[in-house]
Design a protein around this ligand. Structure first.
Ligand code: APR
Length: 235
């Protein structure tokens, strides 16, 4: 890593949570707990079979409560970078787990929502939710039952905070993509939305977007992210 950078945007995907024990989406042949994500992470699936979609997210939410699941060295290194960085810093994650927050990240955007939040489709209030959700769960605000959904962005829905993300990308001079396959847009296009940035991809293997990046670091995030953060904070 050369040169002095001022403004950093980081994008993370499921790969940064893999060493914490959370399965990635496409590593296991695209199946997640026996489901194809594209088959359950859609508004149509929820309208058709809400209990099946609730069960899919309840199992993943419960997994987060497992004491064996904890932030890893990559999550922790990003907190050191955020805390030690004098310039602008934004962490954009596609992940819906809370491992970045549990490590201490603060300037973070969950562009695909969060497992530990629910939203009411009647009163449109969003709120923290750690337990199972079902069609019989009453909204804590409007008391309606059958109208709660995971506060997750499904395929075909608009990701969160895209304006804020694009503003940060436009202004950054360092863009680091960690542990994402680069197959799902708009996140996969962020590397082309940071015109002034040096771009770095950290992944176990070359991704489909590899040619768009200035630099590639191939290996586990748990090893490579602490090393990169050390370089940046030393510069
Ligand atoms: N270190 C670094 N990279 C890793 C590691 C690791 N230990 N383990 C896996 N990876 C890489 C894989 O090589 C792969 O490129 O992480 C990537 C995970 O890719 P996906 O499973 O496709 O996950 P992601 O890119 O986050 O998916 C994007 O798709 O299903 C939707 O909304 C969901 O946010 C998700 C989006």
């Amino acid at each position: 890593m050369t040169g002095i950078h001022r403004s950093i945007v980081i994008l993370t995907g499921a790969g940064i949570s893999a060493e914490s024990g959370l399965a990635t989406f496409r590593g296991a042949g695209g199946l997640w707990m026996g489901h194809r994500v594209e088959d359950v992470a859609t508004p149509e699936a929820f309208a058709r079979q809400p209990e099946m979609v609730h069960a899919f997210y309840n199992a993943r939410r419960r997994q987060l409560a497992d004491s064996a699941i904890a932030p890893n060295a990559a999550h922790e290194a990003l907190v050191r970078l955020e805390d030690g960085w004098a310039g602008d810093f934004l962490l954009v994650t596609q992940n819906v787990d809370d491992l970045h927050e549990r490590a201490g990240s603060k300037r973070i955007v969950h562009m695909h929502g969060e497992l530990r939040r629910a939203r009411c489709t009647t009163c449109d209030r969003g709120f923290a939710w750690l337990d199972d959700l079902g069609t019989d769960t009453a909204c804590p605000h409007c008391a309606r039952t059958g109208s709660l959904r995971p506060d997750i962005v499904w395929f075909g829905e608009m990701p969160m905070d895209l304006e804020r993300i694009h503003r940060a990308l436009q202004g950054c001079d360092l863009f680091i993509s960690i542990g994402t396959s680069g197959l799902v847009y708009p996140a996969a296009g962020f590397v082309e939305a940071a015109p002034a940035a040096r771009t770095v991809e950290i992944n176990l293997e070359p991704t489909s977007r590899r040619s768009m990046f200035d630099e590639h670091r191939t290996g586990p995030a748990g090893t490579l992210v602490p090393a990169l953060v050390h370089e940046l904070l030393q510069a």
